[in-house]
Ligand binder design. Structure first.
Ligand SMILES: Cc1cc2nc3c(=O)[nH]c(=O)nc-3n(C[C@H](O)[C@H](O)[C@H](O)COP(=O)(O)OP(=O)(O)OC[C@H]3O[C@@H](n4cnc5c(N)ncnc54)[C@H](O)[C@@H]3O)c2cc1C
Length: 405
């Protein structure tokens, strides 16, 4: 009898969770499982701001995929997905094609620039390990250049966006700048760090008291917030910003980081799936509407929070829970036992936003936490993600074990 073929696209939080759960749930003879990813490693997207700021080496944020998959059950293909041809039940890769019976699309998200001129060309996005390496090197280069030509614009850094990613990056950056100043013999007073946010608040959706804690801490460490201020254009010199109807002003900067929006992977729209900013509003079983064999999870999917009738923000937490749900349902489907599928219900365990390695804010199990306690919780959350994929050996190899900082 032919075994059903399950193909998982993307080895991020959602895709890898689906794969490791499937390899536990299904026997070798029950299904062929194929995992496809651009690189031969998985990276912790939620740690990329650390690698970008240079506070954590990029090798600490990634691990080899073959270390966590069971090769007797899962075939790993390193390749780039270009398009999904759903009528033909196949996936077009840069170097070939793969057919499937069941497909899990977990290709993550991309930076959303909202059509703002120059952002694609002149700003960096904290997107993956290669981007993080480039950002770290670029900031270093700017500091080194200052010592040669004394142009203070090299020491000016603009972060676009005061959401989760922007604030976490600022937390790391403000810890890294004193080290950089020491390394390049620079007076720290010469360094300027701006955070420009179009919305009227920092960290929308977070508790106001916690937001106040975060902004006060970052301001103390040198961040100048420009809230309710939109980036109109990014140029090689910096960013043009405007508050309300005011005339745009130029903030000169040697480094611009764009951290203000996420859209679904470009493969979604290229494949002709109905989407909102590249994200597919999936059904209650996380399937592409109208399809019974294509599941979409993580940043390329959109699930509505019925309580407020708005989409859940794209997070690693939801991507991993979706991966678990899809794996359970795929085990039922491949066995053909006609068991009822399980609907996806998000269990929000809370959110912690780091403010560097030594401070954080968060709400965990309904309780507000700040400072060391929150930072400890953040490291536990990071370690938990490793544990869920690779158990204790992975935590010991890659985990954040400096819990007392
Ligand atoms: C700096 C930062 C901090 C964050 N902090 C948090 C946090 O604290 N908590 C939280 O819950 N969320 C956080 N997030 C959001 C979280 O990282 C994402 O929501 C999560 O990674 C989404 O998981 P995913 O499985 O959809 O995609 P990802 O984990 O991004 O994985 C996608 C995978 O697909 C691969 N891929 C992409 N395109 C292709 C292609 N064409 N072909 C083959 N492979 C491809 C990628 O290489 C990657 O391995 C943060 C994000 C950032 C950027």
């Amino acid at each position: 009898m032919n075994k059903p073929k399950i193909v998982v696209l993307g080895a991020g939080y959602g895709g890898l969770m689906t794969t490791v759960r499937l390899q536990k749930l299904l026997g070798v003879n029950e299904a062929d499982i194929v995992l496809i990813n651009k690189h031969d490693y998985h990276y912790e997207t939620t740690w990329l701001h650390e690698a970008s700021a240079g506070t954590l080496h990029h090798d600490r944020v990634r691990y080899t995929i073959s270390d966590v998959i069971n090769k007797s059950k899962v075939q790993f293909i390193q390749d780039t997905v270009e398009e999904i041809k759903k009528e033909e039940k196949k996936v077009v890769l840069a170097n070939g094609e793969v057919s499937y019976d069941y497909l899990v699309v977990a290709l993550g998200g991309e930076s959303e620039t909202f059509g703002i001129k120059g952002l694609k060309e002149y700003a960096f996005a904290i997107a993956n390990v290669n981007a993080a390496r480039q950002i770290r090197e670029h900031i270093d280069y700017q500091f080194a250049t200052f010592q040669l030509d004394k142009n203070e614009d090299c020491l000016s850094i603009v972060v676009g966006g005061a959401g989760f990613t922007g604030i976490e990056f600022l937390g790391e950056l403000t810890n890294r700048v004193p080290e950089l100043c020491k390394e390049y013999d620079i007076d720290p007073k010469k360094v300027k760090i701006y955070c420009v946010e179009a919305a009227p608040m920092v960290l929308p959706g977070f508790d106001p008291e916690l937001v106040q804690y975060a902004t006060a801490l970052l301001e103390k460490k040198g961040v100048e917030f420009h809230i309710g201020t939109a980036i109109k254009e990014c140029t090689p010199e910096g960013v043009l910003v405007a508050k309300g109807e005011n005339e745009p002003e130029l903030i000169k900067a040697g480094t611009v980081i764009w951290a203000a929006g996420v859209r679904g992977n470009a493969v979604i729209e290229k494949s002709g799936f109905d989407a909102m900013r590249g994200r597919v509003k999936v059904d209650e079983y996380l399937r592409l509407p109208g399809s019974d064999n294509i599941f979409i999870i993580g940043d390329s999917s959109l699930v509505i929070n019925e309580e407020i009738n708005r989409p859940y923000p794209p997070t690693a937490q939801i991507a991993m829970q979706q991966g678990e749900n899809v794996a359970k349902n795929l085990a039922k489907l491949t066995r053909g036992t006609n068991e009822e599928l399980e609907k996806f219900v998000f269990d929000n365990k809370g959110t912690v936003c780091s403010l560097g390695d030594d401070d954080a804010i968060g709400v965990v199990f309904g309780k507000k936490v700040t400072g060391y306690k929150a930072s400890f919780m953040k490291k536990m959350v990071d370690n938990r993600a490793l544990f869920l994929i690779g158990g204790l050996p992975l935590v010991l190899k890659k985990g954040k074990l400096n819990l007392y900082k």
